[in-house]
Structures are given as C-alpha cells and as structure tokens.
Design a protein around this ligand. Structure first.
Ligand SMILES: Nc1ncnc2c1ncn2[C@@H]1O[C@H](COP(=O)(O)OP(=O)(O)OP(=O)(O)O)[C@@H](O)[C@H]1O
Length: 303
C-alpha cells in the first residue's frame, strides 16, 4: 500500500485514564486521507483527550496511534508541519490586521507572505484582510483562526467546535468554507455539538460516550441502521391512533401535543394508505436525523 493510500490517522485500542476516570477506553478508529471525520459526544465523553493524543500532546497509557504513518508522541517534530490545530481559544496578534496576522504566522513557519494570502483566500477573507483582528465579526474570527491553521498547508486539520459561538448565517457560511477545505483534499477531524452540521458535513462520525465509541459510520448509514424511520405528523381529528396503527407500513403511533405522530420506514406506502383514510393537507413528514440517532444513544444533547 503506498503512503497516499494509507489512512491519515490510525488509533489501535487506545486508552487513557486520569486516576479512576477512563477518559478514553480502548478506542480503535481509522480515518482515511481526505476524510471529513466528526467526533461527537457529550461533555466529558473523551473527545479532547483523544484529539490531544492524536496531536501528540498527551501520551496514551496503552494502544498505538499513527498520524500520516508516524507516531505523534513523544512530540514528533516531523509531524508538526503536516498538521494544523484550531482550538476554541484562538489567540491573535491584536494590533495587526487579519492579513498581517497571517503573514506573521507564516513567518513563524519560515514561509513567505504569499502563503498568508493563499490562506486568506482559502477561508474567503481576502476582502477583509485589512480589518484589524479586534474589529472582525465572530464568523470572520473563526475563519481567521482556521486560516492560521492552514498557512503552512497541513494535510490534517483539527477543528474544535469552530461554529460554537456563531449565528445561523455565519454557521452556514463557515460550513460552505469547510466543504471547500475538504474539496482540496484536507483530512479534517471535526468536533461539534451541532448534529445537523455533522450530518451534512461529515463523511463519517464517531459518537463517543464515557471514553468509548458507541457508533461509527456515515451519518446516512447510522440513520438507516437505527430504524428510527420518518416521522409523519398528522393534525388532530383526522384519524384515531387505533386506525393509524392499522395502516400498512406504520411502525409506531404516538400522540404529541394533540397531533398524531406516526413512525415508518416506508413513507410512500404510509402516505398512500393514509390518502384513503384522511385528508393529507398539512401532514408533515420529517426523515430521521443524526440528532435522533444521537438522542437514542446518549440522551439529550448538550448545547
Ligand atoms: N487533566 C485531567 N485530569 C483529570 N481528569 C481529566 C483531565 N482531563 C479530562 N479529564 C476527565 O476525563 C474525561 C474526558 O474528558 P475530555 O475533556 O477528554 O472530554 P470531552 O469529550 O472533550 O469533553 P468536552 O466536550 O467538555 O471538552 C472527563 O471525565 C474529564 O473530567
């Protein structure tokens, strides 16, 4: 297997405990090159510990990690130019403009200003390059933080909740920018509590809880395999729960806020059966989401 075909990151039975707390418990994951990989889980699930071990900042108690074919720990200087790390605590050179900040970061890597310009362009900040870093908006701030991790053109990029503090529009824009990063072949390890975002952006996700992987696959596959199916919400008074339960393809019936809620893995069949029994106006269908899968596995998500 040539190195380009080999996985970007391999975790083999990796564990790490802090005293009695098994923060990461026998985790094995292989992340492909160019993959957009989501790490999901409630606070305390072990995501940060896992990422810090992949970055070489913490050493596993047991198990093995390779990143681009190399061991990240003890601190592997050959690996540093190949990875980019964005944390929630981004720091900027406050007296500078966005462009000057990136030129300074580039200089720290011994790289010319043109690399800063390329990073600005990659994150769509070229037009705001002359704005002081203290004056830029939340969305631009996150873009600049990500640009800072891209200046040296790393192969693997770690992004820790980049959309956490953003409004919906800024989140959507950043999502598009992240798709562009994937399109140019970066391997992205992405942590988020926004499950809608993970569903649309990630090729695969691992759902972690108490240091273990509860589920690992593409969002589509996890949703299909969950059997949660589609919700059909029918306005009150159209048909009784008993009648609904007899419809072809219905797997569950509930009453929520006076509305009848049906579950099915065969939406078209149920709608066809329903058409003969009740008015279909205002019947809402909502396919199962990654959030539904997550809630089934973990319980209420944390903001
Ligand atoms: N330095 C430490 N010393 C002791 N316990 C720790 C330490 N760091 C993390 N832990 C514990 O290990 C477990 C996993 O924590 P970790 O920060 O890796 O989870 P996380 O999924 O990243 O959570 P969050 O989303 O809050 O960052 C938690 O129970 C946490 O309290």
């Amino acid at each position: 297997m040539s190195s380009i075909d080999s996985p970007a990151i391999v975790l083999d039975a990796v564990s790490k405990a802090y005293g009695e707390v098994r923060a990461v418990d026998e985790i094995s994951i292989s992340i492909g090159r160019g993959e957009f990989f989501g790490l999901l889980g409630p606070n305390g699930a072990g995501k940060t510990t896992l990422i810090e071990m992949i970055e070489g900042l913490r050493i596993p108690d047991t198990g093995a990690i390779t990143v681009l074919g190399m061991s990240p720990a003890p601190r592997n200087l050959d690996l540093l130019p190949l990875i980019g790390v964005q944390t929630q605590r981004s720091a900027f050179f406050t007296r500078l403009t966005a462009r000057e900040h990136l030129v300074t970061v580039a200089a720290l890597y011994g790289l010319p200003p043109a690399t800063a310009e390329k990073a600005l362009d990659l994150v769509g900040l070229t037009g705001s390059g002359d704005v002081r870093v203290t004056k830029i908006s939340g969305g631009q701030r996150q873009r600049l933080a990500i640009a800072s991790t891209l200046v040296h053109d790393p192969e693997v990029v770690f992004l820790d909740e980049p959309t956490a503090a953003l409004d919906p529009e800024a989140r959507r824009d950043l999502g598009q920018m992240l798709r562009n990063l994937k399109a140019i072949g970066k391997t992205i390890v992405y942590t988020t509590h926004h499950l809608d975002e993970a569903q649309t952006l990630c090729d695969r996700v691992a759902i972690l809880s108490a240091g273990r992987v509860l589920a690992l696959d593409s969002p589509r596959e996890l949703i299909a395999r969950s059997g949660i199916g589609t919700r059909l919400v029918i306005p009150a008074g159209r048909l009784s729960p008993e009648q609904a339960g007899t419809l072809d393809g219905v797997s569950g019936v509930a009453v929520e806020d006076g509305m009848l809620v049906l579950r099915t893995a065969h939406t078209a069949r149920v709608l066809a059966a329903l058409d003969g029994e009740a008015d279909l106006d205002d019947v809402e269908t909502r396919p199962a989401t990654l959030e539904d899968v997550y809630l089934e596995l973990i319980g209420a998500p944390q903001a």
